[in-house]
Design a protein around this ligand. Structure first.
Ligand SMILES: C=CC1=C(C)c2cc3[nH]c(cc4nc(cc5[nH]c(cc1n2)c(C)c5CCC(=O)O)C(CCC(=O)O)=C4C)c(C)c3C=C
Ligand code: FE2
Ligand code: FE2
Length: 337
C-alpha cells in the first residue's frame, strides 16, 4: 500500500493559498433507528480517548453487551428529539456553519467555513479532503467543545492527524483547544440566562449542568473539570449570583464507574426536599442542543424534579446559532485567517 493518499496529485501546485475554518462537533446517528445508532456507537465507544480501559477487555464488553442492548434504547430516545431537519446536533451545527460563513464574509477576512463530525457524517476525513480540493492550505480548527477534554477535543485532533498523516502537503493548521474562559463565551452565556430571567423571573436556583466524565480522568490530568468550574465561576461573577443561587453539576453518566460529581439527576431530585421548587438549568458544555440536553435534561431531569415535588423546571437552550455565539466563533478564528 502506498505511504500517501493520491490526493496531492489532484490539486495543482498553484491552486492553493486559501483559508478555511473547520468546525468539529461530536456526531450523531444518521437515523433514529437501532442499526444506525449501533454504527454510531460502535465508532464512538471504540475510540480509546472516550473509554480508557484495556482494549481487549473493552471490545468484549462493547460488542458482547453494550452494542446489543443500548442501540434500541438510545434509538427510542433519539426518535423523541428527531426533527424534519434530522438530528438536532447536526441541524444546529449546520446553521452555525452557515451563519459563521456569513459573518466572516461581511468582515475583512476571507474564509470558507466547513463542518465535520468526529463520529458519523460528514466525516473529518471527507471534509478535510474537500477543503484540500478547494485549494485551502490554511485551516483553523474550532472544535465546538467550550471546555477542553481528552474524550472530545483531543479526539477531534486525533481524527485530523489520522487523515493528514497521509498527505504530502500538510496545510498550516491552527487548533483552538479550549474557550471555557473566553470573555465572549461567558457574555453569550450570561446574555442568554439574563434573557430567561427577564422573561420568566429569577429561579430559586440556577443549575449549571456539564457533561460528565470518569473521575479517574481528572486524576490522570484531564483539565476538563477545572475548566468547567472556571466557566461556572466567571459566569456567576458576571451575573452577580451568590453561592446559594447556583450549583454546578455533571450529567450523562455512562457505566458503573464513579464520574464527576455532584450528579445532575441526584441533585435535581434532592432540591425540592430542601425547599427549592423553582429551577432553571443550562448546559454550558454543549454548544448545540442534542440528545443530552433535549432528552436527558429537558425531558428526563424535568421528570425527576417534578416527581420529587419540584414545581417549575426551565431548560435554557444551548447557545446554538445565537448571534453573539456566532460572533464569538468569528472572533476566535479571525486572528488565524
Ligand atoms: C463513554 C463515555 C463518554 C464520555 C467520557 C463522554 C464525554 C463527553 N461527551 C460530550 C458530548 C456529547 N456526548 C453525547 C452523547 C453521548 N456521550 C456518551 C458517552 C460519553 N461521553 C454516549 C454513550 C453518548 C450517546 C448517547 C447515548 O447513547 O446515550 C452528545 C450528544 C450526541 C447526539 O447525537 O445528540 C454530545 C454532544 C462531552 C462535551 C464530553 C466531555 C467530557
Ligand atoms: Fe458524551
Ligand atoms: Fe444521556
Amino acid at each position: 500500500m502506498a505511504r500517501f493518499s493520491g490526493l496531492d496529485k489532484e490539486t495543482g501546485h498553484s491552486a492553493r493559498g486559501k483559508s478555511g475554518v473547520l468546525l468539529v462537533n461530536l456526531g450523531t446517528p444518521d437515523e433514529p433507528t437501532a442499526p444506525a445508532v449501533r454504527r454510531y456507537l460502535a465508532e464512538f465507544l471504540a475510540d480509546p480517548r472516550v473509554v480508557e480501559i484495556p482494549k481487549l477487555v473493552w471490545m468484549i464488553i462493547l460488542h458482547g453487551i453494550i452494542l446489543r442492548v443500548r442501540p434500541a434504547k438510545s434509538a427510542a430516545l433519539y426518535k423523541e428529539i428527531w426533527t424534519d431537519e434530522g438530528s438536532p446536533l447536526l441541524a444546529i451545527s449546520e446553521q452555525q456553519r452557515s451563519k459563521l460563513s456569513e459573518v466572516l464574509a461581511e468582515s475583512d477576512k476571507e474564509a470558507s467555513v466547513h463542518l465535520a463530525m468526529r463520529y458519523g457524517n460528514p466525516s473529518v476525513a471527507s471534509t478535510l479532503q474537500a477543503m484540500h480540493k478547494q485549494g485551502i492550505d490554511n485551516i483553523v480548527v474550532l472544535p465546538l467543545y467550550p471546555q477542553y477534554a481528552a474524550p472530545t477535543t483531543a479526539s477531534a485532533f486525533d481524527s485530523i492527524a489520522k487523515e493528514l498523516c497521509q498527505w504530502r502537503y500538510i496545510p498550516a493548521l491552527h487548533f483552538i483547544n479550549t474557550y471555557h474562559d473566553n470573555p465572549d463565551f461567558i457574555s453569550a452565556l450570561a446574555n442568554s440566562i439574563e434573557q430567561d430571567f427577564a422573561k420568566n423571573g429569577k429561579p430559586q436556583k440556577l443549575v449549571l449542568s456539564y457533561h460528565g466524565m470518569p473521575e479517574r480522568n481528572l486524576h490522570l490530568g484531564d483539565p476538563y473539570y477545572c475548566f468547567c468550574m472556571k466557566t461556572s465561576r466567571l459566569l456567576v461573577e458576571k451575573l452577580g449570583l451568590q453561592e446559594e443561587d447556583y450549583i454546578t453539576t455533571f450529567q450523562s453518566r455512562f457505566g458503573k464507574a464513579k464520574w464527576l460529581q455532584p450528579y445532575t439527576d441526584a441533585t435535581v431530585e434532592s432540591l425540592p426536599a430542601q425547599g427549592v421548587t423553582d429551577i432553571a438549568v443550562i448546559c454550558p458544555a454543549f454548544s448545540a442542543d442534542c440528545l443530552e440536553t433535549l432528552e436527558e435534561i429537558q425531558g428526563e431531569n424535568r421528570h425527576i424534579f417534578e416527581g420529587a415535588g419540584g414545581k417549575d423546571f426551565r431548560y435554557i437552550a444551548a447557545l446554538n446559532d445565537n448571534d453573539d455565539h456566532i460572533q464569538m466563533m468569528a472572533n476566535l478564528v479571525k486572528p488565524y485567517l
